[in-house]
Design a protein around this ligand. Structure first.
Ligand SMILES: *[C@@H]1O[C@H](CO)[C@@H](O)[C@H](O)[C@H]1NC(C)=O
Ligand SMILES: *[C@@H]1O[C@H](CO)[C@@H](O)[C@H](O)[C@H]1NC(C)=O
Ligand SMILES: *[C@@H]1O[C@H](CO)[C@@H](O)[C@H](O)[C@H]1NC(C)=O
Length: 485
């Protein structure tokens, strides 16, 4: 069956629910740095309270200023600075990925990587995350004229003080080369290549086996990106509150012993020819219907599409089945019985009709499905969403990259927050998350899941972790082929 998201939103909008209380208190906190001025203190007690409060504020401000000043004095000037200005015409996963790859190399290369996101279509990163701290003092004129900076990867870049990293093909290829030379194990990659050749010969081979989501040859690069993400993906106060609300809405805030299994699935059927090619090169025989023509109605689904949906449905069954096995899942869930709540499947996709099709495949009515529990749009944002994205049914139509061009900053920020909340909750908290390693967001999810989440419990790597790629193995580079020499 399909869970409608309306009840979620209704309880959010109607005053008095826990969620709206939470939201209100966050809004208030946004304004604490303007000191409330007492309107004619009526009693001595009140004057005293205000005086103490003001005093505390002054002391606090002094401490803050001193700390800032001291830290500026303690850290010397930065060495080689690499500026990454985020560009707006590609997806969040893709853009963030370029930054993350550079950040992961920064320690070894001696770089200070500075993201510039002030006019990024998804909104300035400072809206969502605690701003990065640098262990050096950035020059005050840093962003005055980026056009004078040496382009990363061009002749003599190693000697330049200031570099800029763009999406230029040669620059990204050079970054991939650095990653390959420093963090890829050629022997591990050779074994991966052999496995993929064998899988290609087997018509029945559809999905990447559990335990292969992160191939051994990329371990070092993967863990470097995991570490960088731990430093950078630190939700700020408001973002964390939204993450907590999403976790609560899918039940992940409850103790494991009292709740049902929660499994998220990212359905990404691919919208690029190159992705289909990559999928077949890693030995999968999935079809990726979206690279063929988009069907008009479910009744005219291509065989390829219904096959792919079956593959996803089976992947959900396997992901949930593992949760009942104590050898695979410490603190395994009790097997389903009548009276138990059904496992919840949270669908994350930008493709239309996916939730309905998965639900239709659930002939034995084993699971509950939900599409957008992250939705927290205000009525005004919802109105704009429906109008600009021409959306009539939330279950059917989700936004994608090109929709953003026509949305207001306010709506874009709201949608970015929802996406960040989804990625964070499903990668770090869900009992399982099935992703597409073919997609930038899927690889980001594996990185967010971290060592144990993506590789599995210590000593059990062969069984894989909570988060698995259904198709392409994780690669730490811009292009999948870059990991091969
Ligand atoms: C990687 O190593 C190869 C072989 O030593 C070298 O030719 C190439 O320039 C290196 N690439 C980068 C980006 O450093
Ligand atoms: C909006 O959706 C309706 C119904 O799906 C469709 O008939 C109409 O052409 C769409 N409008 C635009 C501008 O895409
Ligand atoms: C955005 O708006 C412009 C002009 O209003 C329109 O031509 C374009 O098709 C819209 N883009 C999308 C993705 O809806």
């Amino acid at each position: 069956m399909t869970v409608d998201l309306e009840p979620c939103r209704a309880s959010f909008d109607s005053g008095g629910s826990e969620e709206s209380l939470l939201r209100r208190s966050i809004d208030e906190l946004d304004f604490v740095d303007s000191v409330p001025r007492p309107k004619g203190a009526r009693s001595q007690a009140r004057v005293t309270v205000v005086a103490v409060f003001a005093c505390a504020l002054v002391v606090g401000a002094i401490v803050l200023v001193r700390t800032r000043w001291q830290s500026a004095r303690k850290f010397g000037p930065c060495g080689q600075i690499l500026v990454r200005r985020f560009e707006s015409y590609t997806g969040l996963g893709s853009e963030y990925g370029v930054f993350l790859r550079a950040a992961a190399l920064s320690a070894e290369m001696g770089w200070t990587v500075v993201p510039v996101t002030t006019d990024w279509i998804y909104g300035d990163l400072d809206n969502f995350f605690v701003p990065p701290s640098y262990r050096c003092t950035l020059p005050p004129d840093l962003l005055d004229d980026l056009s004078t900076y040496k382009e990363f990867g061009t002749e003599g870049w190693e000697q330049a003080d200031r570099l800029r990293l763009t999406r230029n093909f040669h620059q990204l290829l050079h970054l991939d080369g650095l990653i390959r030379n420093r963090s890829i194990d050629p022997e591990g990659i050779r074994r991966l290549d052999m496995k993929q050749r064998l899988w290609s010969l087997d018509e029945e081979h559809l999905t990447l086996p559990y335990g292969e989501s992160v191939p051994r040859g990329v371990d070092k690069a993967f863990l470097e990106q995991v570490d960088a993400l731990k430093r950078l993906w630190v939700p700020n106060f408001g973002m964390q509150a939204q993450i907590d609300r999403l976790a609560a809405r899918v039940g992940l805030n409850e103790a494991r012993s009292t709740r049902r299994p929660v499994v998220a699935v990212q359905v990404r059927l691919g919208d690029k020819k190159t992705e289909l090619d990559d999928l077949h090169r890693v030995g999968s025989h999935m079809q990726l219907y979206a690279s063929t023509h988009m069907p008009q109605a479910f009744a005219t689904l291509t065989d390829a599409r219904s096959d792919d949906m079956n593959v996803y449905f089976q992947a959900i069954q396997v992901a949930i089945g593992r949760l009942y096995e104590p050898e695979l899942t410490p603190g395994a869930f009790p097997r389903p019985s009548t009276g138990n709540q059904k496992p919840l499947v949270v669908v994350m996709t930008a493709e239309p009709g996916v939730t309905e099709q998965l639900s239709a495949l659930d002939k034995r009515n084993e699971f509950d499905f939900i599409l957008t529990p992250s939705s927290e749009l205000t009525p005004e944002q919802q109105e704009e969403y429906d109008r600009v994205f021409n959306s009539t049914r939330a279950m059917y139509r989700r936004w994608d990259q090109k929709d953003l061009d026509n949305a207001s900053l306010n709506l874009r920020l709201a949608l970015t927050r929802q996406l960040i909340a989804e990625l964070t909750v499903y990668s770090r908290m869900a009992d399982a998350f099935v992703v597409s390693g073919n997609s930038n967001l899927g690889r980001l999810a594996l990185t967010l899941a971290g060592e144990e989440g993506a590789l599995g419990l210590p000593g059990q790597r062969i069984f894989g972790g909570r988060v698995r790629s259904i198709d392409v193995p994780f690669y730490p580079t811009t292009w999948r082929t870059s990991i091969f020499a």
